[in-house]
Design a protein around this ligand. Structure first.
Ligand SMILES: Cc1cc2nc3c(=O)[nH]c(=O)nc-3n(C[C@H](O)[C@H](O)[C@H](O)COP(=O)(O)OP(=O)(O)OC[C@H]3O[C@@H](n4cnc5c(N)ncnc54)[C@H](O)[C@@H]3O)c2cc1C
Length: 392
């Protein structure tokens, strides 16, 4: 817990950092806030980048978050933090400058894992990834001319990329080591998405041992264990890893992320929120938009109010738009249990589905329906009160 007029440094100016900045003020912090981000942009939202921005429905500029109306907040963009000194209570920038803090919010998120990172791109085949507005601009421009696209990875982001590629008119192949979105969402959603994607023309190559990027002459390709397929554009979406480089020396993080307690604290004056965090004994990550907001709020309140702050109260919520399917999910994903359509029809791609285990309902899915989030939460877990703590 801090005095209310100390300086709080936030590393990461995306949704977790911006939410924390707003919540610090609501919780009574009066002192300076310094938000540092290596992006040369104002804070922006990432979810539209793989959806309306990629398909050209929305402009890149439309993703900007509302500017913070806070005269005591300094936003330092285009500045990379390279280290933190716990004894000196300061973060160190790539320029060598030190910024002193009384409280620190770690919100540096995550970055894409590439095939090169995995040792599966020995020839240095060009592979695009999607995390930033500049990535989105580059992929959108490439899709305007590419007649063939390979997406490596059939997770949620990979499938959104495949949706944009097929909509742009490209022959689109998804190469994945498991059926689409199976690990994140479970077999029901996976089968639904695969059926719809195939109907729109996407081909799937399920290769459990993992693919390798290769060159076939000058054409980039993917070796799927014996045969090679080629495409003009290869986009990799095989997962992300937390941005922990600047935290390793201080011991505030390991390669898995920053482990936080139920109030998102690392120490009484250092908190963390968003994609960089791990929770509970299993060190689970929740790399979703609504989780970053919930954690940003919790972390900020813990910094200002200490033990008087409440713990993380959140209900897992996630959405995706792809192949004309607007999917919203609440509950403990992946949904492996039985499913019941409680409204609408799957054949018409408009339905409300409840998932249950032997112990009762565990999740809910809204498919192309306007359902308030609160109702989806109630269907997912009718017996839970709103104050129940999220399972981590
Ligand atoms: C394309 C895309 C689509 C997505 N779609 C969805 C969706 O539909 N639904 C959903 O729930 N979630 C979605 N997500 C996930 C969601 O956007 C993230 O969970 C959320 O952005 C996490 O916020 P964050 O603030 O923790 O981290 P990030 O958004 O990753 O922000 C971290 C910030 O820290 C900065 N930073 C990192 N290291 C340093 C450093 N050393 N020094 C200074 N600054 C640093 C980075 O530049 C970055 O701006 C999507 C993500 C992506 C990339």
């Amino acid at each position: 817990m801090l005095t209310h007029d100390g300086t709080i440094v936030i590393v990461g100016g995306s949704i977790a950092g911006v939410t924390a900045a707003e919540e610090l003020r609501s919780a009574g912090h009066l002192g300076p806030i310094v938000m540092i981000d290596e992006q040369p942009h104002q804070p922006y939202a990432r979810p539209p980048l793989s959806k309306a921005v990629l398909t050209g429905v929305d402009s890149v500029e439309s993703v900007a978050l509302s500017p913070l109306q806070d005269s005591a907040l300094t936003h330092m963009s285009d500045q990379r933090v390279v280290d933190v000194s716990i004894e000196g209570s300061a973060v160190i920038l790539a320029s060598g400058d030190r910024i002193r803090f009384d409280g620190l919010v770690i919100a540096s998120g995550a970055r894409p894992i590439t095939m090169a990172d995995l040792g599966r791109n020995p020839d240095g085949v060009p592979e695009k990834v999607l995390r930033t507005v500049d990535d989105a601009r580059a992929i959108r421009d490439a899709l305007a001319t590419a007649s063939s696209v390979i997406v490596i990875g059939g997770g949620i982001l990979g499938m959104e990329l495949a949706s944009a590629a097929v909509e742009a008119g490209a022959r689109t192949v998804v190469v994945s080591n498991e059926p689409p979105m199976r690990r994140q969402c479970g077999p029901f959603v996976s089968a639904l998405v695969q059926r719809r994607a195939e109907a729109r023309g996407v081909e799937f190559l399920i290769h459990p041992d993992g693919a390798r990027l290769v060159t076939n002459g000058s054409t980039p390709g993917v070796d799927t264990g014996g045969s090679t397929i080629t495409a003009e554009l290869i986009v990799t979406a095989v997962g992300d890893s937390p941005n922990v480089d600047w935290l390793i020396t201080s011991g505030l993080a390991d390669r898995r992320g920053v482990q936080v307690d139920s109030r998102c604290r690392v120490t009484p004056t250092i908190v963390a929120a968003g994609d960089i965090t791990t929770h509970g004994p299993s060190r689970r990550r929740h790399p979703h938009w609504s989780a970053a907001i919930d954690q940003g709020r919790t972390a900020a309140r813990a910094l200002v109010l200490g033990d008087a702050a409440s713990g993380l109260h959140a209900r897992p919520y996630f959405w995706t738009d792809q192949f004309g399917l607007a999917l919203k999910m609440s509950g403990d994903m992946p949904f492996d249990g039985s499913s019941t359509v409680i409204e609408g029809s799957l054949d018409e791609f408009s339905a409300l589905v409840q998932f249950s285990s032997d112990d009762g309902p565990v999740g809910a899915l809204s498919l192309n329906r306007r359902v308030p989030m609160s109702r989806l939460h109630r269907i997912a877990a009718p017996s839970r009160t709103t104050s129940e703590e999220v399972r981590t």
